[in-house]
Design a protein around this ligand. Structure first.
Ligand SMILES: Nc1ncnc2c1ncn2[C@@H]1O[C@H](COP(=O)(O)OP(=O)(O)OP(=O)(O)O)[C@@H](O)[C@H]1O
Ligand SMILES: O=P(O)(O)OC[C@H]1O[C@H](OP(=O)(O)OP(=O)(O)O)[C@H](O)[C@@H]1O
Ligand SMILES: O=C(O)c1cccnc1
Length: 473
């Protein structure tokens, strides 16, 4: 939600355990303790080679005005919370700082995508909201970007609201645009996000008339400037396309143009080729072919490889549900408090967290492209010359002389947004440009190259030292 007025979330949009821990911090005077958390994920979705970071500005806008409403405070009493804590929460505001990667940038597992600094209480109370917004939008923007990879310059229209996980459909639209979709059927999202609304017609419109030709005529008369006729209700090639051609010719007589036809079933490669020939033979070269019906990146790729002359792909279910990945596994982990770097130990080295305030540097190759490595450092390091593998102690890589770019920038300070609100189309363009710098081998669907993530020697030494301190003898 880019404008928080439109989604009046308050600070109870969280898990109870955050509020419960908050009470205990408060009662012990620990709520003011300094806290630093990292947001990162461990596994790339869809078996892909990258993810697209999305949801940041929505988060910042909600954080800027986050508070407990009078109703919230009343309801909290029912949870058996202490009166003095509830009284304290009345004045709760997030006054922390956030350092983040740019929204739309490509991001990778293990490395912090955001660093949150605040008091223990405020940083804890925002965890669930942050994860809820950013995990979902990052998942969907990544899925959308995969479809953009295969669709080339063809139009991608998001049709998913009816299949989305409830109101998540609204944020799915936002993420889809960041990932490279051109338009949405979701009218509210289109208005709110300043993107194109697009749409055709449903089978019910043709069924309502019984006779397909009459239905097409009526639609063409009622909405001549945006007329896309759905041609598969009865028989695509024997009825739908011929009727659409008849109506297109009638429109021409009136000085109007049929915009397109939509195929929504059957063999979309075969039908689009046949329909294109029929339209072209009638001189209707300008009439576009829209295709829909359970599309995803693999079907779109296959259709284009088969030479299907489809101009617009309408995608719903697989996009807005992030099929087949139900969620991005992004987590929020404490890395410093009370002036001490913190670590979470695990049996698996992969699950040990990285302590202290950190920065991330992206390495460029000699041609100005991404070299395929992000190095994690302590926050006061200004570059990374040697990077250690995070989990394999003997592996390291040297970057001497290569250009490096710090990725985490301060986007919020004392609870106030520091960055300008950019149009979604701008974020989408930025995302496209960043993906353009990523070599192709990281973008392929099958066994993509693994982008390297590593630790600076100082960070590795600190992690290993803390790990040995906490390890059982
Ligand atoms: N030429 C093609 N190559 C690859 N996949 C295709 C092709 N044509 C259609 N598809 C995809 O195959 C699936 C076809 O599903 P299905 O057979 O259930 O659709 P259908 O023929 O429209 O049936 P229904 O009328 O029940 O919707 C869809 O995901 C569709 O996008
Ligand atoms: O397949 P998806 O990727 O989810 O794309 C959206 C689908 O939703 C519509 O079907 P629906 O049967 O709901 O309505 P309709 O009568 O307009 O076809 C549309 O025709 C697509 O087939
Ligand atoms: O406009 C369309 O054709 C459309 C919109 C939503 C879902 N399916 C199709």
């Amino acid at each position: 939600m880019t404008d928080p007025e439109r989604l009046d979330l308050t600070a109870t949009y969280t898990d109870l355990y955050q509020i419960a821990m908050g009470q205990v911090y408060f009662l012990n005077g620990h709520h003011h303790h300094e806290a630093v958390f990292d947001y990162f994920f461990r596994k790339l979705p869809f078996g892909g080679g990258y993810a697209i970071f999305a949801g940041l500005y929505d988060l910042l806008e909600l954080l800027e005005r986050l508070h407990f409403s009078a109703d919230d405070l009343q309801n909290l009493k029912q949870l058996g919370l202490r009166d003095e804590y509830i009284a304290y929460l009345k004045g709760f505001r997030f006054r922390g700082s956030i350092y983040a990667s740019a929204e739309g940038d490509i991001v990778f597992p293990t490395r912090p995508v955001m660093r949150i600094e605040g008091t223990m209480l405020e940083a804890q109370l925002i965890e669930t909201l942050l994860l809820n917004l950013v995990n979902f939008q990052t998942l969907i923007a990544t899925k959308a970007s995969r479809m953009r990879q295969v669709a080339g310059e063809r139009t991608l229209a998001e049709f998913g609201l009816r299949r989305a996980q409830g109101l998540g459909g609204y944020h799915a639209t936002r993420a889809a645009i960041i990932g490279g979709f051109n338009s949405t059927s979701n009218v509210k999202a289109a208005f709110d996000f300043g993107v194109s609304a697009s749409g055709t017609m449903a089978h019910s419109f043709i069924q309502h008339h019984g006779d397909e030709l009459s239905a097409f005529r009526m639609f063409a008369e009622g909405r001549p400037d945006h007329c896309v006729l759905l041609v598969d209700t009865y028989d695509t090639l024997l009825s739908g396309v011929p009727n659409a051609i008849t109506v297109a010719k009638e429109m021409e007589q009136r000085g109007q143009r049929l915009q397109g036809i939509r195929l929504d079933s059957g063999d979309l490669a075969y039908l689009s080729k046949r329909a294109r020939v029929m339209l072209d033979n009638a001189g209707l070269h300008h009439v576009k072919i829209v295709a829909s019906n359970q599309l995803d990146e693999f079907v779109i790729k296959s259709l284009l490889e088969q030479g299907a002359p489809i101009d617009v792909f309408g995608v719903g279910t697989s996009l807005v549900t992030g099929h087949p990945d139900a969620a991005l596994d992004g987590v929020y982990k404490l890395s410093l408090t009370q002036n001490k770097p913190r670590i979470k130990i695990s049996e698996s080295l992969k699950k040990i967290t990285l302590p202290h305030k950190k920065q991330v540097f992206r390495i460029y190759d000699g041609n100005g492209h991404f070299a395929g490595a992000d190095g994690i450092t302590l926050h006061d390091e200004t570059q990374i010359d040697v990077m250690h593998h995070p989990f394999e102690p003997d592996k390291s890589t040297s970057f001497a002389g290569l250009r490096q770019e710090p990725l985490l920038h301060k986007v919020m300070e004392q609870g106030k947004i520091l960055i300008e609100k950019k149009p979604l189309t701008f974020i989408a363009e930025y995302s496209k440009a960043r993906l353009g710098l990523l070599p192709e081998e990281y973008k392929r669907f099958q066994n993509p190259h693994t982008y390297k993530i590593g630790l600076s020697p100082r960070l590795k030494a600190l992690r290993d030292q803390l790990r040995s301190e906490y390890r059982k003898p």
